[in-house]
Ligand binder design. Structure first.
Ligand code: ATP
Ligand code: MG
Length: 457
């Protein structure tokens, strides 16, 4: 996670050597509170064994080492951390030498992956404050940040006070430079430093603010909240792939519905987040999308997975429906029109949202299977069952039924059909109509649409 944050946000070059730098605005704020376990309540048993051993090993070699960031924050509010990252004053090369199974990764800002049994622990060297001449784009977004620094500087470079907490497994103390523990107690998400400057350096922090507030049940401190509306347009300059990653994090946070409501309340959707415009600007689709996100939230809270392709298939579905209608109204017949609509929507949105080719392929399969569910005679339902995307497409069908978009009877039929045994299954098939046989003899139409079912009239 931290690696991503470093390499995505600040894509500078690093030669791996610890650079000593000066002049950072953050260096002056170096007084930290050291909070004992009796006050904060976290014990070393609550962190993963891998991260604990990584800290112990680094410390035994004379380095500082802490579990840092989201993990400490999550433990403090009683949530289960996604991962345990370690921060140290050892350089990547020094850290690597402490572990038998480890490697330096990343060409820009290097970090170390240490393999501890099943766990991979990310070890990051403390990062320095931004030097005055840090490279930025025309809007002030920081493009390069490749300097190692002190722990105090590292803390100041993090985004929110609750994310700048360092837990030392040896002493079970938390080192807190920016009153993060107190903020967490008061349920406040507070930016470190001047929020306007920090959003300018990295506009994605606006999205992180909304996501973390929703996920952690915190309210965004007014000083960090107010500038969001007026600075929202800075998100337009963020590379699409980074926005995609952040949106995906948001949508799979288990609190997507809350996040979306909050994004909307903060004025963060219009124009700047193409995906949200898609979701929120189509009255017909909104019910479907909210249902889908509520389902996803539920799945994630139950610890189940959620695939990006399914999610994006639901988010863009109503866009496809409306384009499909338009093409059909132009005289094209149903299935070819669907294929054209899928292409059109994915061409436009795919680029804006940085949807990868692989995901786009999966999305199309989910969509293309939808009309095939309506064919319940002959061999066709069996072929649908065998399709590698059947599961996702069936879940999609159920969602459509739930949204009132099609008859629930159809989804029920498929629920029963897949569970039925051979004999019961064949009895469920609807009578084949002669007309269809005739059509089947027709040559397949578009070469680009191998799975397109025959026309249903
Ligand atoms: P999550 O629960 O989603 O993992 P997180 O806060 O741990 O939330 P990560 O992306 O894993 O988020 O980042 C790890 C840490 O790196 C954060 O806690 C924060 O200290 C720092 N960080 C991440 N992104 C940024 C950013 N854009 N600007 C400043 N600091 C950041
Ligand atoms: Mg994290």
């Amino acid at each position: 996670m931290i690696r991503k944050f470093i390499s995505r946000v600040f894509g500078g070059k690093s030669n791996g050597a610890p650079l000593q730098k000066t002049g950072s605005a953050s260096a002056k704020d170096s007084k930290a509170a050291v909070i004992p376990r009796s006050t904060h309540g976290i014990s070393r048993d609550q962190i993963s064994s891998g991260s604990r051993r990584v800290c112990e090993t680094l410390q035994s070699h004379g380095y500082k080492a802490y579990v840092v960031g989201g993990a400490v924050r999550d433990l403090l509010i009683g949530a289960t951390p996604k991962d345990f990252d370690v921060a140290t004053n050892a350089t990547p090369e020094q850290a690597r030498r402490c572990f038998r199974r480890s490697r330096v990764i990343g060409r820009r800002f290097q970090i170390v992956h240490a393999y501890m049994g099943q766990e991979i622990i990310e070890i990051t060297t403390f990062r320095g404050g931004l030097v005055d001449e840090a490279k930025t784009d025309a809007h002030g977004r920081v493009l390069q940040d490749n300097v190692f620094g002190t722990q105090a500087e590292d803390a100041a470079r993090r985004d929110f006070t609750v994310n700048a907490l360092y837990f030392d497994p040896a002493t079970e103390q938390i080192v807190d430079y920016h009153h993060g523990v107190a903020d967490l107690k008061q349920k406040t998400l507070r930016m470190i430093g001047n929020p306007r400057l920090r959003y300018r350096e990295d506009p994605v922090r606006m999205l992180r603010a909304v996501r973390l507030a929703a996920k952690l049940g915190l309210s965004i401190d007014p000083e960090a909240r107010h500038p969001i509306r007026e600075m929202a347009e800075l998100l337009e300059n963020v590379p699409a792939s980074r926005l995609f990653d952040e949106m995906l994090k948001l949508l799979t946070s288990g609190h997507a519905v809350k996040c979306l409501q909050q994004l909307r309340a903060e004025g963060l959707h219009h124009g700047v987040l193409p995906l949200l415009d898609v979701i929120l600007e189509q009255p017909l689709g909104e019910k479907f999308v909210l249902l889908s996100l509520a389902n996803t939230d539920e799945r994630i809270r139950q610890g189940k997975s959620s695939s990006p392709s399914f999610l994006f298939a639901t988010l863009l579905w109503h866009e496809v429906l409306s384009v499909w209608e338009r093409i059909k109204a132009g005289g094209e017949s149903s299935i070819p029109a669907l294929y054209q609509a899928m292409e059109e929507v994915l061409n436009i949105q795919g680029e804006k949202l940085a949807i990868t080719r692989r995901i786009a392929g999966d999305i199309k399969e989910i969509w293309a299977l939808q009309p095939r569910f309506e064919q319940r005679a002959g061999r066709r339902p069996y072929a649908v069952l065998e399709h590698p995307r059947f599961r996702a497409a069936y879940d999609f069908l159920c969602l459509r039924a739930q949204a009132g978009e099609l008859d629930a009877e159809l989804a029920d039929w498929w629920t029963r059909f897949q569970d039925a045994d051979g004999e019961a299954r064949s009895q469920m098939l609807l009578p084949d109509q002669g007309a269809r046989k005739k059509r089947r003899r027709r040559k397949p139409r578009a070469a680009s649409a191998p799975t397109a079912p025959a026309e249903q009239g």
